[in-house]
Design a binder for this molecule. Structure first.
Ligand SMILES: O=P(O)(O)OC[C@@H](O)[C@@H](O)c1c[nH]c2ccccc12
Length: 265
């Protein structure tokens, strides 16, 4: 059997973690912002986590010259409820530096987007200014995932638990009920996206959970569709970054801000 792409990414992570050094704290951290509360109290009819993303394994580098802090400020001005920052260097050209820069530029919850397989990465996220971390069900067994979820909680960090299919979700739900569940519309083998993944998996997500639909959102109809499936929020990267004007694109996709509580500096 050829190794799956996720296996390759996880192998690289292991190698990187072998030479890991813990960074200093970004600043005397104030209280964490709550991702869950921000999404429940969204500025648009569907919440938005806007992602700072320069590259992906399927597309290569599509935004070589973005300035993360500047992009994050534009997202905040347009009414994004939270910011996701990719920190994986090898496959997504991100970095924890981006996380620090974004932390210094917006007063919104920040999600650290990476492949977390070691508790040290949770402390690192905290030190670099994140408010939440991503935990990928396909990368962790449910026991480990729950352990990391609790470790994050101990630090005041929330977790977005990402699944790709009903089976993955059911395995997690047998163990515990996460407060925020992300359904990734991207097939990790083919990299194709289909919002029908959210349509199928959303039916199994308990009502009280904050449901985030991730990847493959490009049009205003996509946003309407996801709202109809019961999503609380969408996580959007490429469509915003590649648009040339993230502010305009957010307005095109999400419409008018229905309630302005965005704060930014
Ligand atoms: O650029 P898109 O199609 O809007 O997707 C954003 C986000 O969902 C995607 O970057 C993502 C979802 N889950 C991940 C896990 C690791 C790395 C990246 C991701």
């Amino acid at each position: 059997m050829p190794k799956s792409f996720l296996d390759r990414i996880l192998q690289t992570k292991l190698e990187e973690l072998a030479v890991f050094t813990m960074p200093d704290r970004v600043c005397e951290q104030q209280e964490h912002y709550s991702l869950k509360k921000a999404l429940r109290n969204a500025n648009h009819e569907l919440g938005l986590i806007a992602e700072v993303k320069q590259a992906s394994p399927s597309k290569g580098i599509f935004a070589p010259r973005i300035i993360p802090a500047r992009v994050a400020k534009a997202y905040a001005r347009a009414g994004a409820d939270a910011i996701s920052v990719l920190t994986d260097r090898t496959y997504f050209h991100g970095s924890t530096e981006h996380l620090r820069e974004v932390r210094g530029s917006v007063q919104l919850p920040i999600l650290r987007k990476d492949f977390i397989i070691d508790e040290r990465q949770i402390e690192e996220a905290d030190r670099c200014g994140a408010d939440a971390i991503l935990l990928i069900a396909a990368a962790l067994d449910p026991l480990k995932l729950h352990e990391f979820y609790l470790a994050a909680q101990d630090r005041g960090l929330e977790s977005l638990v990402e699944v790709h299919c009903v089976e993955e979700l059911e395995r997690i739900l047998r163990m515990f009920t996460p407060e925020i569940i992300g359904i990734n519309n991207r097939n990790l083998k083919t990299f194709e996206t289909s919002l029908s993944v959210t349509e199928t998996v959303a039916k199994v997500v308990p009502n009280e959970v904050v449901l985030v639909s991730e990847s493959g959102v490009h049009k205003a109809q996509d946003v309407c569709f996801l709202r109809d499936q019961g999503a609380t929020a969408a996580l959007v990267g490429e469509a915003l970054i590649c648009s040339g004007s993230p502010e305009q694109k957010i307005c095109d996709l999400f419409g008018e801000v229905v309630k302005s509580n965005a704060s930014f500096t």
